[in-house]
Design a protein around this ligand. Structure first.
Ligand code: SF4
Ligand code: SF4
Length: 102
């Protein structure tokens, strides 16, 4: 029990590879659903969160650790977008710039 706090801080999810799937399934606490595009209205065309700086600043003020970003991929199981990117990467394609939402 005394190590619980430290264990909760450990990253146990795989790396986010900016596939955008999570923000097209539902929205996080800061999001807003776009019923035309059927995704969060803050997700950019290149699968970045356009509220990234705002969210990081806000959570930093609150002292949240871990915050929304940087804790890995929350939807890595049976995620077709993620699988596609990883397959492309294995074949010598993208996945170089792993900045992103997770
Ligand atoms: S991380 Fe950003 S784009 Fe994704 S649901 Fe949250 S606010 Fe929307
Ligand atoms: S957290 Fe996972 S599902 Fe969301 S953008 Fe990153 S890799 Fe994709």
């Amino acid at each position: 029990m005394e190590h619980l706090d430290e264990e909760l801080k450990e990253v146990s999810c795989p790396e986010c590879i900016r596939c955008g799937w999570c923000c097209k399934q539902t929205v996080c606490y800061y999001g807003e659903w776009d019923y035309q595009k059927w995704q969060c209205k803050f997700l950019t065309d290149d699968n970045l969160c356009s509220k990234y700086d705002e969210i990081v600043r806000y959570e930093s003020q609150l002292g949240l650790d871990p915050g929304l970003f940087g804790s890995g991929c929350c939807l890595n199981f049976m995620n077709p977008y993620r699988v596609k990117i990883m397959l492309e990467s294995q074949q010598g394609g993208r996945c170089e710039e792993n900045e992103a939402n997770g």
